[in-house]
Design a protein around this ligand. Structure first.
Ligand code: FAD
Length: 482
Protein backbone atom coordinates (compact mmCIF):
# COMPACT_ATOMS: atom_id res chain seq x y z
CA UNK A 1 0.00 0.00 0.00
CA UNK A 2 0.94 3.54 -0.28
CA UNK A 3 -0.70 6.52 1.28
CA UNK A 4 -0.87 9.25 -1.34
CA UNK A 5 -0.67 12.39 0.69
CA UNK A 6 -1.69 15.92 0.06
CA UNK A 7 1.86 16.87 -1.01
CA UNK A 8 1.60 14.51 -4.03
CA UNK A 9 -0.39 17.13 -5.99
CA UNK A 10 -2.45 14.62 -7.98
CA UNK A 11 -4.14 16.71 -10.70
CA UNK A 12 -6.65 15.72 -13.37
CA UNK A 13 -5.68 12.05 -12.97
CA UNK A 14 -7.95 9.19 -14.03
CA UNK A 15 -7.34 6.18 -11.82
CA UNK A 16 -8.94 2.75 -12.22
CA UNK A 17 -9.58 0.17 -9.50
CA UNK A 18 -11.76 -2.82 -8.84
CA UNK A 19 -13.18 -1.51 -5.56
CA UNK A 20 -13.37 2.14 -4.56
CA UNK A 21 -14.11 2.90 -0.89
CA UNK A 22 -15.13 6.46 -0.04
CA UNK A 23 -14.18 7.51 3.50
CA UNK A 24 -11.06 6.60 5.51
CA UNK A 25 -12.62 6.10 8.97
CA UNK A 26 -12.69 2.72 10.72
CA UNK A 27 -15.61 1.47 8.59
CA UNK A 28 -14.04 2.30 5.22
CA UNK A 29 -10.49 1.26 6.18
CA UNK A 30 -11.54 -2.09 7.70
CA UNK A 31 -13.59 -2.95 4.59
CA UNK A 32 -10.81 -1.90 2.20
CA UNK A 33 -8.07 -3.75 4.10
CA UNK A 34 -9.98 -7.04 4.37
CA UNK A 35 -11.23 -6.96 0.79
CA UNK A 36 -7.72 -6.21 -0.53
CA UNK A 37 -6.21 -9.02 1.56
CA UNK A 38 -8.90 -11.46 0.38
CA UNK A 39 -8.46 -10.44 -3.29
CA UNK A 40 -4.74 -9.80 -3.88
CA UNK A 41 -5.24 -9.60 -7.67
CA UNK A 42 -7.78 -6.75 -7.38
CA UNK A 43 -6.86 -3.12 -7.00
CA UNK A 44 -8.55 -1.27 -4.11
CA UNK A 45 -8.52 2.48 -3.49
CA UNK A 46 -9.70 4.46 -0.46
CA UNK A 47 -10.58 8.13 -0.99
CA UNK A 48 -10.38 10.19 2.18
CA UNK A 49 -11.45 13.82 2.31
CA UNK A 50 -9.16 14.78 5.20
CA UNK A 51 -5.43 14.84 5.76
CA UNK A 52 -3.19 12.66 7.94
CA UNK A 53 -4.35 14.68 10.98
CA UNK A 54 -7.53 16.72 11.56
CA UNK A 55 -7.17 20.07 9.78
CA UNK A 56 -8.86 22.52 7.45
CA UNK A 57 -11.25 20.01 5.78
CA UNK A 58 -13.06 19.92 9.14
CA UNK A 59 -14.96 23.02 7.98
CA UNK A 60 -17.04 20.77 5.69
CA UNK A 61 -18.42 18.96 8.77
CA UNK A 62 -20.05 22.09 10.22
CA UNK A 63 -23.86 21.84 10.37
CA UNK A 64 -26.76 22.83 12.60
CA UNK A 65 -29.17 20.57 14.43
CA UNK A 66 -32.86 21.51 14.41
CA UNK A 67 -34.70 20.08 17.44
CA UNK A 68 -32.39 18.43 19.98
CA UNK A 69 -29.61 20.97 19.52
CA UNK A 70 -27.25 19.34 22.02
CA UNK A 71 -23.81 19.35 20.42
CA UNK A 72 -21.63 20.77 17.74
CA UNK A 73 -21.84 18.46 14.71
CA UNK A 74 -18.32 19.39 13.53
CA UNK A 75 -16.82 18.24 16.84
CA UNK A 76 -18.46 14.86 16.48
CA UNK A 77 -17.54 14.03 12.83
CA UNK A 78 -13.80 14.18 12.28
CA UNK A 79 -12.51 14.67 8.73
CA UNK A 80 -9.08 13.04 8.70
CA UNK A 81 -7.40 9.70 8.02
CA UNK A 82 -8.91 7.54 10.82
CA UNK A 83 -12.14 9.56 10.92
CA UNK A 84 -14.09 10.07 14.14
CA UNK A 85 -11.97 7.48 15.99
CA UNK A 86 -9.68 10.46 16.66
CA UNK A 87 -12.07 11.38 19.48
CA UNK A 88 -14.11 8.28 20.28
CA UNK A 89 -14.23 6.47 23.65
CA UNK A 90 -13.73 2.83 22.53
CA UNK A 91 -16.79 1.37 24.37
CA UNK A 92 -17.91 -1.73 22.53
CA UNK A 93 -20.63 -4.35 22.77
CA UNK A 94 -22.62 -6.57 20.40
CA UNK A 95 -26.24 -6.05 19.46
CA UNK A 96 -28.68 -8.24 21.36
CA UNK A 97 -30.97 -10.65 19.52
CA UNK A 98 -34.04 -8.57 20.42
CA UNK A 99 -32.45 -5.48 18.79
CA UNK A 100 -32.79 -7.25 15.43
CA UNK A 101 -36.45 -8.16 15.84
CA UNK A 102 -39.60 -6.34 14.81
CA UNK A 103 -41.18 -5.04 18.03
CA UNK A 104 -44.81 -4.08 17.70
CA UNK A 105 -44.38 -1.30 20.30
CA UNK A 106 -41.70 0.49 18.25
CA UNK A 107 -42.47 2.03 14.88
CA UNK A 108 -40.26 0.81 11.99
CA UNK A 109 -38.23 -1.53 14.22
CA UNK A 110 -36.40 -4.66 13.05
CA UNK A 111 -33.72 -5.66 10.56
CA UNK A 112 -34.20 -7.51 7.26
CA UNK A 113 -31.28 -9.85 8.05
CA UNK A 114 -30.99 -12.65 10.61
CA UNK A 115 -29.17 -12.12 13.90
CA UNK A 116 -27.29 -15.44 13.44
CA UNK A 117 -26.01 -14.17 10.09
CA UNK A 118 -24.66 -11.01 11.82
CA UNK A 119 -23.00 -13.18 14.53
CA UNK A 120 -20.84 -14.94 11.90
CA UNK A 121 -18.73 -11.79 11.49
CA UNK A 122 -18.13 -10.99 15.18
CA UNK A 123 -14.77 -12.79 15.49
CA UNK A 124 -13.04 -11.14 12.48
CA UNK A 125 -14.46 -7.73 13.47
CA UNK A 126 -13.21 -8.05 17.07
CA UNK A 127 -9.77 -8.92 15.72
CA UNK A 128 -9.81 -5.82 13.52
CA UNK A 129 -10.84 -3.68 16.51
CA UNK A 130 -8.15 -5.26 18.78
CA UNK A 131 -10.90 -6.52 21.11
CA UNK A 132 -10.64 -9.96 22.74
CA UNK A 133 -13.47 -12.11 21.50
CA UNK A 134 -13.23 -14.59 24.39
CA UNK A 135 -16.65 -14.21 25.91
CA UNK A 136 -19.53 -11.82 25.46
CA UNK A 137 -21.84 -13.51 27.95
CA UNK A 138 -23.59 -11.29 30.43
CA UNK A 139 -21.50 -12.30 33.41
CA UNK A 140 -17.87 -12.88 32.58
CA UNK A 141 -16.37 -15.45 34.99
CA UNK A 142 -13.00 -13.67 35.32
CA UNK A 143 -14.60 -10.42 36.33
CA UNK A 144 -16.55 -11.57 39.33
CA UNK A 145 -19.36 -9.07 38.87
CA UNK A 146 -21.60 -8.09 41.68
CA UNK A 147 -24.29 -10.79 41.74
CA UNK A 148 -27.65 -9.09 41.41
CA UNK A 149 -30.84 -10.08 43.16
CA UNK A 150 -33.25 -11.14 40.46
CA UNK A 151 -34.79 -8.11 38.87
CA UNK A 152 -37.47 -8.17 36.24
CA UNK A 153 -36.17 -4.87 34.85
CA UNK A 154 -32.35 -4.88 34.99
CA UNK A 155 -29.51 -7.33 34.43
CA UNK A 156 -25.72 -7.09 34.18
CA UNK A 157 -24.20 -6.80 30.74
CA UNK A 158 -20.59 -6.78 29.70
CA UNK A 159 -18.78 -4.05 27.74
CA UNK A 160 -15.22 -4.01 26.43
CA UNK A 161 -13.07 -1.05 25.52
CA UNK A 162 -11.27 -1.20 22.18
CA UNK A 163 -7.67 0.02 22.65
CA UNK A 164 -7.95 1.85 19.31
CA UNK A 165 -7.87 5.17 21.12
CA UNK A 166 -5.82 8.20 20.14
CA UNK A 167 -4.02 9.43 23.24
CA UNK A 168 -0.53 9.70 24.65
CA UNK A 169 -1.08 6.70 26.97
CA UNK A 170 1.39 3.91 26.08
CA UNK A 171 -1.21 1.09 26.03
CA UNK A 172 -3.47 2.85 23.53
CA UNK A 173 -3.14 1.69 19.90
CA UNK A 174 -4.30 4.81 18.01
CA UNK A 175 -7.16 4.82 15.47
CA UNK A 176 -7.63 1.92 13.03
CA UNK A 177 -5.27 3.47 10.45
CA UNK A 178 -2.54 3.79 13.08
CA UNK A 179 -3.04 0.43 14.80
CA UNK A 180 -3.14 -1.39 11.43
CA UNK A 181 -0.54 0.75 9.69
CA UNK A 182 1.83 -2.17 9.10
CA UNK A 183 -0.89 -4.39 7.59
CA UNK A 184 -2.09 -1.51 5.42
CA UNK A 185 1.50 -0.84 4.24
CA UNK A 186 2.04 -4.52 3.38
CA UNK A 187 -1.11 -4.83 1.28
CA UNK A 188 0.30 -3.99 -2.13
CA UNK A 189 -3.00 -3.85 -4.03
CA UNK A 190 -4.41 -1.15 -1.70
CA UNK A 191 -3.84 2.60 -2.07
CA UNK A 192 -5.21 5.27 0.23
CA UNK A 193 -5.54 8.78 -1.18
CA UNK A 194 -5.80 11.68 1.26
CA UNK A 195 -7.30 15.12 0.49
CA UNK A 196 -9.67 13.56 -2.10
CA UNK A 197 -13.20 14.70 -1.30
CA UNK A 198 -15.71 12.91 -3.48
CA UNK A 199 -17.98 15.49 -5.04
CA UNK A 200 -19.76 14.08 -8.12
CA UNK A 201 -20.80 10.77 -9.63
CA UNK A 202 -20.99 9.69 -13.24
CA UNK A 203 -23.22 6.79 -14.29
CA UNK A 204 -22.98 4.38 -17.23
CA UNK A 205 -25.57 4.65 -19.98
CA UNK A 206 -27.68 2.08 -18.16
CA UNK A 207 -28.15 4.61 -15.30
CA UNK A 208 -28.10 1.81 -12.75
CA UNK A 209 -24.29 1.45 -12.76
CA UNK A 210 -22.00 3.97 -11.15
CA UNK A 211 -18.92 4.34 -13.36
CA UNK A 212 -16.66 7.15 -12.21
CA UNK A 213 -16.49 9.53 -9.30
CA UNK A 214 -14.94 12.95 -9.26
CA UNK A 215 -12.90 14.26 -6.33
CA UNK A 216 -11.76 17.74 -5.37
CA UNK A 217 -8.73 18.66 -3.28
CA UNK A 218 -8.71 21.53 -0.82
CA UNK A 219 -6.78 23.63 -3.36
CA UNK A 220 -9.35 22.80 -6.07
CA UNK A 221 -7.62 20.13 -8.16
CA UNK A 222 -10.01 17.58 -9.70
CA UNK A 223 -9.36 13.85 -10.12
CA UNK A 224 -11.39 10.87 -11.40
CA UNK A 225 -11.70 7.33 -10.07
CA UNK A 226 -13.36 4.54 -12.07
CA UNK A 227 -14.25 1.21 -10.42
CA UNK A 228 -16.47 -1.88 -10.68
CA UNK A 229 -17.84 -1.56 -7.14
CA UNK A 230 -18.18 1.44 -4.83
CA UNK A 231 -18.64 1.51 -1.05
CA UNK A 232 -19.64 4.81 0.58
CA UNK A 233 -18.47 4.98 4.23
CA UNK A 234 -18.37 8.67 5.10
CA UNK A 235 -20.19 8.42 8.46
CA UNK A 236 -23.94 8.18 9.00
CA UNK A 237 -25.01 11.79 8.59
CA UNK A 238 -22.59 12.40 5.72
CA UNK A 239 -23.72 9.26 3.84
CA UNK A 240 -27.29 10.65 3.90
CA UNK A 241 -26.16 14.15 2.95
CA UNK A 242 -24.08 12.95 -0.02
CA UNK A 243 -26.85 10.66 -1.26
CA UNK A 244 -29.32 13.55 -1.13
CA UNK A 245 -26.91 15.73 -3.09
CA UNK A 246 -26.06 13.07 -5.68
CA UNK A 247 -29.65 11.94 -6.32
CA UNK A 248 -32.13 14.73 -6.90
CA UNK A 249 -35.61 14.20 -8.37
CA UNK A 250 -34.18 15.56 -11.66
CA UNK A 251 -31.08 13.33 -11.85
CA UNK A 252 -32.61 10.13 -10.51
CA UNK A 253 -36.38 10.25 -11.06
CA UNK A 254 -36.63 6.45 -11.07
CA UNK A 255 -34.51 5.63 -8.04
CA UNK A 256 -37.02 3.57 -5.99
CA UNK A 257 -35.56 4.58 -2.61
CA UNK A 258 -35.40 8.30 -3.45
CA UNK A 259 -37.95 9.38 -0.81
CA UNK A 260 -36.19 7.43 1.96
CA UNK A 261 -32.74 9.01 1.45
CA UNK A 262 -31.47 10.99 4.45
CA UNK A 263 -34.33 9.81 6.70
CA UNK A 264 -34.66 7.69 9.87
CA UNK A 265 -31.70 9.34 11.62
CA UNK A 266 -31.15 7.86 15.10
CA UNK A 267 -28.97 8.79 18.08
CA UNK A 268 -28.53 7.17 21.47
CA UNK A 269 -30.04 9.84 23.70
CA UNK A 270 -28.09 9.89 26.97
CA UNK A 271 -29.90 11.16 30.03
CA UNK A 272 -28.84 11.71 33.55
CA UNK A 273 -31.60 9.72 35.34
CA UNK A 274 -30.43 10.06 38.90
CA UNK A 275 -27.71 10.02 41.50
CA UNK A 276 -26.48 7.08 43.50
CA UNK A 277 -24.61 7.33 46.81
CA UNK A 278 -22.64 4.40 48.20
CA UNK A 279 -20.97 3.71 51.52
CA UNK A 280 -17.26 2.85 51.66
CA UNK A 281 -18.12 -0.84 51.99
CA UNK A 282 -20.30 -0.79 48.89
CA UNK A 283 -17.71 0.89 46.63
CA UNK A 284 -15.67 -2.29 46.17
CA UNK A 285 -18.62 -4.22 44.82
CA UNK A 286 -19.17 -1.52 42.18
CA UNK A 287 -15.66 -1.32 40.75
CA UNK A 288 -16.62 -3.47 37.74
CA UNK A 289 -19.23 -0.94 36.73
CA UNK A 290 -16.57 1.74 36.32
CA UNK A 291 -14.01 -0.41 34.45
CA UNK A 292 -11.40 -3.08 35.19
CA UNK A 293 -8.22 -3.73 33.21
CA UNK A 294 -7.57 -7.37 32.21
CA UNK A 295 -4.38 -7.59 30.12
CA UNK A 296 -4.47 -4.78 27.55
CA UNK A 297 -8.27 -4.67 27.60
CA UNK A 298 -10.61 -2.72 29.82
CA UNK A 299 -13.88 -4.44 30.73
CA UNK A 300 -16.89 -3.03 32.46
CA UNK A 301 -20.38 -3.90 33.51
CA UNK A 302 -23.52 -1.88 32.88
CA UNK A 303 -27.15 -2.42 33.82
CA UNK A 304 -29.17 -3.42 30.80
CA UNK A 305 -32.97 -3.36 30.62
CA UNK A 306 -34.03 -7.00 30.21
CA UNK A 307 -35.78 -8.30 27.09
CA UNK A 308 -38.65 -9.34 29.36
CA UNK A 309 -39.13 -5.76 30.63
CA UNK A 310 -38.84 -4.31 27.11
CA UNK A 311 -41.65 -6.63 25.98
CA UNK A 312 -43.87 -6.26 29.05
CA UNK A 313 -43.63 -2.47 29.45
CA UNK A 314 -43.15 -1.67 25.74
CA UNK A 315 -39.75 -0.04 26.23
CA UNK A 316 -36.87 0.93 23.96
CA UNK A 317 -33.57 -0.87 24.52
CA UNK A 318 -31.73 0.94 27.35
CA UNK A 319 -28.52 0.59 29.36
CA UNK A 320 -27.58 2.40 32.56
CA UNK A 321 -23.95 3.46 33.02
CA UNK A 322 -22.46 4.60 36.34
CA UNK A 323 -20.20 7.62 36.13
CA UNK A 324 -18.08 8.22 39.25
CA UNK A 325 -18.35 11.81 40.49
CA UNK A 326 -15.31 13.59 41.91
CA UNK A 327 -15.53 15.38 45.27
CA UNK A 328 -15.51 18.62 43.27
CA UNK A 329 -18.53 17.49 41.20
CA UNK A 330 -20.43 16.36 44.27
CA UNK A 331 -18.99 18.06 47.39
CA UNK A 332 -21.85 16.79 49.59
CA UNK A 333 -20.29 13.32 49.75
CA UNK A 334 -17.67 13.19 52.48
CA UNK A 335 -17.49 9.43 53.02
CA UNK A 336 -18.30 6.86 50.34
CA UNK A 337 -18.80 7.73 46.70
CA UNK A 338 -21.32 9.45 44.47
CA UNK A 339 -22.19 8.25 40.96
CA UNK A 340 -24.27 9.78 38.23
CA UNK A 341 -26.60 7.21 36.67
CA UNK A 342 -26.83 7.83 32.92
CA UNK A 343 -29.17 5.98 30.62
CA UNK A 344 -28.22 5.30 26.99
CA UNK A 345 -31.42 4.79 25.10
CA UNK A 346 -32.45 3.43 21.76
CA UNK A 347 -34.56 5.78 19.62
CA UNK A 348 -37.59 4.98 17.55
CA UNK A 349 -36.57 5.28 13.87
CA UNK A 350 -38.96 7.85 12.41
CA UNK A 351 -39.01 9.41 8.93
CA UNK A 352 -39.07 12.97 10.27
CA UNK A 353 -35.57 12.67 11.77
CA UNK A 354 -33.63 13.57 8.66
CA UNK A 355 -30.86 15.38 6.82
CA UNK A 356 -31.98 18.44 4.79
CA UNK A 357 -29.78 20.22 2.25
CA UNK A 358 -29.42 24.00 2.29
CA UNK A 359 -28.72 26.37 -0.62
CA UNK A 360 -25.36 27.51 0.71
CA UNK A 361 -22.29 25.46 -0.39
CA UNK A 362 -19.37 24.15 1.72
CA UNK A 363 -15.67 24.57 0.85
CA UNK A 364 -15.89 21.68 -1.66
CA UNK A 365 -19.02 22.98 -3.40
CA UNK A 366 -21.41 20.48 -1.73
CA UNK A 367 -24.64 21.93 -0.28
CA UNK A 368 -24.45 22.47 3.47
CA UNK A 369 -26.99 20.59 5.57
CA UNK A 370 -29.03 20.71 8.72
CA UNK A 371 -30.04 17.73 10.82
CA UNK A 372 -33.64 17.44 12.06
CA UNK A 373 -33.59 15.40 15.23
CA UNK A 374 -36.29 15.00 17.85
CA UNK A 375 -37.39 12.30 20.27
CA UNK A 376 -40.86 10.81 20.23
CA UNK A 377 -43.29 10.62 23.20
CA UNK A 378 -42.56 6.90 23.25
CA UNK A 379 -38.81 7.62 23.62
CA UNK A 380 -39.46 9.93 26.62
CA UNK A 381 -41.91 7.54 28.25
CA UNK A 382 -39.40 4.74 27.97
CA UNK A 383 -36.58 6.71 29.65
CA UNK A 384 -38.85 8.09 32.39
CA UNK A 385 -40.00 4.55 33.22
CA UNK A 386 -36.39 3.48 33.79
CA UNK A 387 -35.63 6.63 35.81
CA UNK A 388 -38.48 5.63 38.14
CA UNK A 389 -37.43 1.99 38.49
CA UNK A 390 -33.68 2.49 38.93
CA UNK A 391 -33.70 3.73 42.59
CA UNK A 392 -35.89 0.74 43.63
CA UNK A 393 -33.45 -1.64 41.94
CA UNK A 394 -30.46 0.00 43.68
CA UNK A 395 -32.16 -0.31 47.08
CA UNK A 396 -33.19 -3.98 46.65
CA UNK A 397 -29.65 -4.90 45.62
CA UNK A 398 -28.03 -2.89 48.42
CA UNK A 399 -25.87 -1.02 45.91
CA UNK A 400 -26.41 2.27 47.73
CA UNK A 401 -29.10 4.93 47.87
CA UNK A 402 -30.40 6.42 44.63
CA UNK A 403 -32.58 9.33 43.67
CA UNK A 404 -34.26 9.24 40.24
CA UNK A 405 -35.24 12.21 38.09
CA UNK A 406 -38.34 12.46 35.92
CA UNK A 407 -37.96 14.91 33.06
CA UNK A 408 -40.45 16.58 30.79
CA UNK A 409 -39.96 16.02 27.05
CA UNK A 410 -37.11 18.07 25.67
CA UNK A 411 -35.37 18.54 29.02
CA UNK A 412 -31.87 17.40 29.94
CA UNK A 413 -31.31 14.90 27.18
CA UNK A 414 -27.84 14.71 25.74
CA UNK A 415 -26.64 13.04 22.58
CA UNK A 416 -24.24 10.13 22.59
CA UNK A 417 -22.30 11.22 19.47
CA UNK A 418 -23.63 8.04 17.87
CA UNK A 419 -24.96 8.73 14.38
CA UNK A 420 -27.13 6.08 12.81
CA UNK A 421 -29.66 5.79 9.99
CA UNK A 422 -30.04 8.14 6.93
CA UNK A 423 -29.45 5.29 4.42
CA UNK A 424 -31.08 2.53 6.44
CA UNK A 425 -31.28 -1.13 5.55
CA UNK A 426 -34.72 -2.59 4.90
CA UNK A 427 -36.78 -5.02 2.90
CA UNK A 428 -38.43 -2.32 0.78
CA UNK A 429 -37.28 0.99 -0.74
CA UNK A 430 -40.44 2.57 0.69
CA UNK A 431 -38.76 2.81 4.08
CA UNK A 432 -35.12 2.03 3.37
CA UNK A 433 -32.24 2.97 1.06
CA UNK A 434 -30.20 -0.25 1.00
CA UNK A 435 -31.15 -3.91 0.82
CA UNK A 436 -29.88 -6.71 3.11
CA UNK A 437 -26.52 -6.64 1.30
CA UNK A 438 -26.05 -2.87 1.87
CA UNK A 439 -26.64 -2.28 -1.87
CA UNK A 440 -28.58 0.84 -2.81
CA UNK A 441 -32.04 -0.11 -4.13
CA UNK A 442 -32.13 0.51 -7.91
CA UNK A 443 -28.33 0.62 -8.39
CA UNK A 444 -26.13 -2.36 -9.32
CA UNK A 445 -22.76 -1.49 -7.82
CA UNK A 446 -23.12 1.12 -5.08
CA UNK A 447 -23.06 0.08 -1.41
CA UNK A 448 -23.41 2.09 1.81
CA UNK A 449 -21.52 1.15 4.99
CA UNK A 450 -21.33 2.25 8.63
CA UNK A 451 -24.01 3.43 11.04
CA UNK A 452 -26.11 4.87 8.21
CA UNK A 453 -27.38 1.36 7.35
CA UNK A 454 -28.63 0.56 10.86
CA UNK A 455 -32.32 -0.35 10.67
CA UNK A 456 -32.80 -0.07 14.45
CA UNK A 457 -30.04 0.73 16.89
CA UNK A 458 -30.47 -1.08 20.21
CA UNK A 459 -28.78 0.80 23.07
CA UNK A 460 -25.24 -0.48 22.48
CA UNK A 461 -22.34 1.67 21.27
CA UNK A 462 -22.36 1.37 17.52
CA UNK A 463 -18.83 1.20 16.10
CA UNK A 464 -17.96 -2.48 16.64
CA UNK A 465 -21.32 -3.27 15.03
CA UNK A 466 -20.44 -1.10 12.00
CA UNK A 467 -17.25 -3.12 11.57
CA UNK A 468 -19.17 -6.43 11.94
CA UNK A 469 -21.61 -5.38 9.22
CA UNK A 470 -18.66 -4.16 7.13
CA UNK A 471 -17.14 -7.65 7.28
CA UNK A 472 -20.48 -9.07 6.16
CA UNK A 473 -20.40 -6.64 3.21
CA UNK A 474 -16.85 -7.79 2.33
CA UNK A 475 -18.11 -11.38 2.25
CA UNK A 476 -20.84 -10.32 -0.18
CA UNK A 477 -18.38 -8.39 -2.39
CA UNK A 478 -15.98 -11.38 -2.40
CA UNK A 479 -18.81 -13.50 -3.78
CA UNK A 480 -19.44 -11.16 -6.72
CA UNK A 481 -16.22 -12.21 -8.49
CA UNK A 482 -15.46 -10.39 -11.80
C1 FAD B 1 -16.83 12.05 21.45
C2 FAD B 1 -17.22 10.76 20.81
C3 FAD B 1 -17.16 9.58 21.56
C4 FAD B 1 -17.54 8.37 20.96
N1 FAD B 1 -17.43 7.22 21.70
C5 FAD B 1 -17.79 6.05 21.16
C6 FAD B 1 -17.67 4.83 21.91
O1 FAD B 1 -17.22 4.81 23.05
N2 FAD B 1 -18.06 3.68 21.30
C7 FAD B 1 -18.55 3.65 20.03
O2 FAD B 1 -18.91 2.57 19.54
N3 FAD B 1 -18.65 4.77 19.28
C8 FAD B 1 -18.27 5.97 19.81
N4 FAD B 1 -18.35 7.11 19.05
C9 FAD B 1 -18.82 7.00 17.66
C10 FAD B 1 -17.66 6.56 16.73
O3 FAD B 1 -16.62 7.49 16.78
C11 FAD B 1 -18.18 6.44 15.29
O4 FAD B 1 -19.27 5.54 15.29
C12 FAD B 1 -17.15 5.87 14.30
O5 FAD B 1 -15.91 6.52 14.41
C13 FAD B 1 -17.70 6.01 12.88
O6 FAD B 1 -16.77 5.46 11.98
P1 FAD B 1 -17.01 5.62 10.39
O7 FAD B 1 -15.77 5.13 9.75
O8 FAD B 1 -18.29 4.99 10.01
O9 FAD B 1 -17.19 7.19 10.16
P2 FAD B 1 -16.09 8.33 10.40
O10 FAD B 1 -15.14 7.91 11.42
O11 FAD B 1 -16.82 9.60 10.60
O12 FAD B 1 -15.29 8.36 9.03
C14 FAD B 1 -15.83 8.88 7.84
C15 FAD B 1 -14.68 9.39 6.98
O13 FAD B 1 -15.22 9.82 5.72
C16 FAD B 1 -14.54 10.98 5.31
N5 FAD B 1 -15.39 11.72 4.37
C17 FAD B 1 -16.49 12.46 4.63
N6 FAD B 1 -16.99 12.98 3.49
C18 FAD B 1 -16.19 12.54 2.49
C19 FAD B 1 -16.20 12.72 1.08
N7 FAD B 1 -17.13 13.46 0.46
N8 FAD B 1 -15.22 12.14 0.33
C20 FAD B 1 -14.25 11.38 0.93
N9 FAD B 1 -14.21 11.17 2.26
C21 FAD B 1 -15.18 11.73 3.03
C22 FAD B 1 -14.27 11.72 6.61
O14 FAD B 1 -13.20 12.63 6.47
C23 FAD B 1 -13.97 10.59 7.59
O15 FAD B 1 -12.60 10.32 7.71
C24 FAD B 1 -17.97 8.33 19.60
C25 FAD B 1 -18.01 9.52 18.85
C26 FAD B 1 -17.63 10.73 19.45
C27 FAD B 1 -17.68 11.98 18.62
Amino acid sequence: MSIIKEDHKLTNESIEAHLCVIGGGVTGLSIALTYAQNNPDKKVVVLESGFEKPGPSQQAAIADIIGNDVYDLAATRIRAFGGTQWVWGGNSRLFDRLDFQKRDWMENSGWPIEYDDYLKYVTPACKLMNIDDFDWSNIHPKLNYRKLIDSEIFENCHYKLSPQIVSSHPVDFGHFGQSHREALEKTKNLTIYLDQTVINLEFSNLKSRLKTIQTRTLDNRLNYFTANQFVVATGAIENGRLMKYWFSKETAPNLPCYDSIGRYFMEHPHRDIGHMYTSKAQIKSLKHYVGVRLGTAVHMARFKVTDEAQRKYKLNGQTVVLSRQSKKEDPKVVLGQSYKAIVLSEQEPIRENKVELLNELDIYGIPKMELHWKMTDHDYRSINFIAKEFPKFVAVNDLGRARGYQRAPGRNTLGGHHHMGTTRMGASPNNAVVDGNCKVFGLDNMYMAGGSVFSTSGSVNPTLNMVILGQRLVNHLNGLGG
